[in-house]
Design a protein around this ligand. Sequence first.
Ligand SMILES: [Zn+2]
Length: 129
Amino acid sequence: MPPESSTEEVANFFGSIGRIKLDKRTGLPRIWMYKDKMTGSNKGECTVTYDDVEAAKSAIDWFSGKDFRGNTIKVSMAERRAAGDWKCPNDDCGNVNFAWRHECNRCQTGRDGGPMRHDYGGRDRDRPY
Ligand SMILES: [Zn+2]
């Protein structure tokens, strides 16, 4: 997408197919715009979090190759769907868990596959990485 795209534009565009999850704290759509660390400007990539997985799946089919402000967009299921959510390290499982979980709610593998980490709840908890 064009780097100058605003969150509102992205919300309107991607919100046309399903409800975008709202951030409980800010009340704004859960859209993460990736910024270039050096320049601070948008990289033209973002993560959109839908209320349900089905909407996210149809968004991939629907929006892939579509035109957004003159640019062909690429859509894929992000490994990190939402800020803080984590994907089970067990490849046979692959379940995406809520940020507050310490272990997979499907197979009980510990977060990161190793000793449980308690690295959430900090100031930077909304950062996807
Ligand atoms: Zn699992």
